[in-house]
Design a protein around this ligand. Sequence first.
Ligand SMILES: O=C[C@H](O)[C@H](O)COP(=O)(O)O
Ligand SMILES: C=C(OP(=O)(O)O)C(=O)O
Length: 433
Amino acid sequence: MGAAQQPTYADPAARERALEQLRRMPPLVFAGECDDLRDRMAAVARGEAFLLQGGDCAETFEGVTAENVRNKLRVLLSMAVVLTYAASVPVVKVGRLAGQYAKPRSRDTETRDGVTLPAYRGDAVNGFDFTPESRVHDPQRLVDVYHASSATLNLARAFTTGGYADLRQMHEWNKDFVKNSPVGVSYEQVGGEIDRALAFMDAIGVEPDAFRSVDFYSSHEALILEYEHALTRVDSRTQRSYDVSSHFVWIGERTRQLDGAHVELLSHIANPIGVKLGPTTSADDAIALYEKLNPERESGRITFITRFGADKIRDLLPPLVEKVTAAGLEVAWVCDPMHGNTFEASTGYKTREFDDVIDETRGFFEVHRALGTWPGGIHVELTGDDVTECVGGGRRVSAEDLATRYETLCDPRLNREQSLELAFLVADMLHQR
Ligand SMILES: O=C[C@H](O)[C@H](O)COP(=O)(O)O
Ligand SMILES: C=C(OP(=O)(O)O)C(=O)O
């Protein structure tokens, strides 16, 4: 089988020029960092840590601004603090960030008012504007992805190690909205308790620098094979190949065919990798994917990200987990409560119901509790801004409200408040274990 969901370029010479530029670029991440994350994912698989993976559905070149990157980090850091503190579990923080520019689509084309054009496939491939020029697949965009990812990652590294992520700053991160929102009040309470804990540690002489920075990793769907391949390098320390476009990459539900090109490419890299598993996945499929992608059975290498939908998870997840576990395969089980719960609202917007997101997450915890396995994490499409893309949540965003601030170019994301609500609910689920 060939490669699904790939761009088609009219000019092979332009494509080759872009790939040649990419092959000469320095790595965006270092192989040793990928190894560190693999070790952390091994801890997740063993039930000793929890993964928080989140960010935009589709990053955009226009979105590479200090404010936008900071807002996304802020919400992820806030969620991580809530999870760590309320559930007393180490949280591995991974952004859908610095590379999430390509989207698989259900259809190749889009029709508006009788005009049909190629579908938008993410800024890595074409433009969102509905014009023939914008929708052309342009290989030079792959080089733009590299630069946009580099700028984003640089800023993310600066924010997470340069003082912004200092635990003592956690009140600052959300001070603009805590007073007006119920989840903000809960957040301030956690902040107060952490302040007291920090003051106590200061008093007994614990090294305060430990709270100044956090470990943060990047991830995206490895969709465009030529891009990922051009950024795959042999590590001089170990002689193993790493995809140096990101610390963690995943294979999507639409491209996880066992004999497909995505599985083949990712079977040759040493990064920790994820595979999205939708409702049609059989346990045999999952086991075969594991064997192909991790024949050496390296710890921390494979994360299965299930995205069944709230109405299916309680039926479909148990046989999968049971058989994979019985086969002796160690994986990190992660719940994506977004992609199985998308529908069109009465107002025409593609949306998700917050209660469905919570229900799928709850189902995930229930199944793992019943089987005695570890619910290893969540994978969420979210933004640090106060958008109105998913209905429900504490402020009860309605179908009519969606028009107020609907900014995603592809799938609907949780806004800042909904994301924090999710974090509190998940912390509670973890705590109950
Ligand atoms: O994010 C996931 C997919 O790219 C998205 O759900 C596809 O959406 P479509 O069905 O509108 O093409
Ligand atoms: C396309 C995505 O998900 P899935 O492959 O699970 O549909 C995604 O996470 O952006």
